[in-house]
Design a binder for this molecule. Structure first.
Ligand SMILES: Cc1cc2nc3c(=O)[nH]c(=O)nc-3n(C[C@H](O)[C@H](O)[C@H](O)COP(=O)(O)OP(=O)(O)OC[C@H]3O[C@@H](n4cnc5c(N)ncnc54)[C@H](O)[C@@H]3O)c2cc1C
Length: 246
């Protein structure tokens, strides 16, 4: 096994929502990470090279374990195997934690908005658990989008275990009627999300993190750009950070 690779052991496989598994592993000693970063997890194939994929870390940086929220992607090469693992199974952890979905890169404002679709919630579970990472903002609004109410409710329950008093969580199912119905970009564009939160989004007051599928990221990025909110680039400050799951 290359020096950069370590083995971690599955402690719990919790089915958190349809197709979404919260996997809890042992954490190697001296393996630091910051809320918002991801790890590369892999499984060996008999007789061939192991397969690796990136997974955002869903646990708190000060916990003695590593948590991941993994979606079972039908026909996928790795995720169906990861989500069906049993307690005691070993998984490969490649290298150090990586990634730039770090809220300290977008200082300023008073409100932190976190928008996730599906397992894009993972880095925000870490962030919600890390009081010091979000102490720069006085309000935190989490917005979760998924197809069905069973998914949004399961994901919301995970978030609420980590939320602090005063945090607001909004959910929107795109295929079933609920408190908010539709895709997040359409609900943002129509003003329905801000109305439901009772809070306006502006470049002065708000800092925004997005994590989810590429269509959602593209659509939301364009809507934020139209409001004068962009990602930091070449030393120029910004209000928006994004991470696409594929
Ligand atoms: C920085 C980063 C962080 C990531 N964090 C997570 C995470 O926290 N949880 C997680 O489940 N995945 C996450 N992913 C996606 C993950 O790396 C894999 O792509 C995913 O598990 C599918 O791998 P697979 O081998 O099963 O599918 P593959 O055979 O590689 O098929 C890939 C296809 O699966 C679909 N897909 C990929 N990811 C998802 C997803 N999350 N939900 C629905 N469909 C998907 C897309 O259609 C994609 O084209 C992340 C990806 C990146 C780049």
């Amino acid at each position: 096994m290359p020096e950069t690779m370590q083995t971690i052991t599955l402690l719990e496989n919790h089915s958190a929502a349809p197709g979404q598994h919260l996997l809890t592993f042992t954490r190697p000693e001296g393996w630091p990470f910051r809320a918002g970063q991801f790890a590369r997890l892999g499984l060996s194939e008999s007789g061939s090279e192991p397969i690796f994929r990136a997974y955002s870390i869903a646990g708190a940086p000060d916990e003695p374990v590593l948590r991941f929220l993994v979606k079972h992607v039908e026909g996928g090469a790795l995720s169906p195997r990861l989500t069906s693992l049993r307690k005691g199974s070993e998984v490969l952890l490649d290298g150090d934690a990586q990634g730039n979905l770090l809220p300290e890169r977008i200082p300023g404002g008073s409100d932190l908005w976190l928008f996730a679709t599906g397992s894009g919630l993972a880095p925000f579970l870490s962030l919600l658990s890390d009081r010091s990472a979000r102490s720069a903002w006085s309000r935190t609004v989490l917005v979760i989008g998924a197809r069905t109410l069973a998914e949004t409710e399961g994901l919301k329950a995970l978030a609420q275990e980590r939320a602090a008093e005063g945090d607001l969580t909004l959910t929107a199912a795109s295929r079933e009627d609920g408190p908010l119905t539709g895709r997040l970009p359409a609900l943002f564009e129509s003003g329905a999300l801000e109305a439901a939160a009772g809070l306006a989004i502006s470049p002065e007051a708000s800092r925004v993190l997005l994590c989810g599928n590429p269509d959602f990221i593209k659509a939301m990025r364009a809507l934020f750009k139209a409001r004068g909110m962009v990602s930091p680039r070449f030393g120029k400050p910004g209000q928006l950070l994004v991470e696409s799951l594929w």
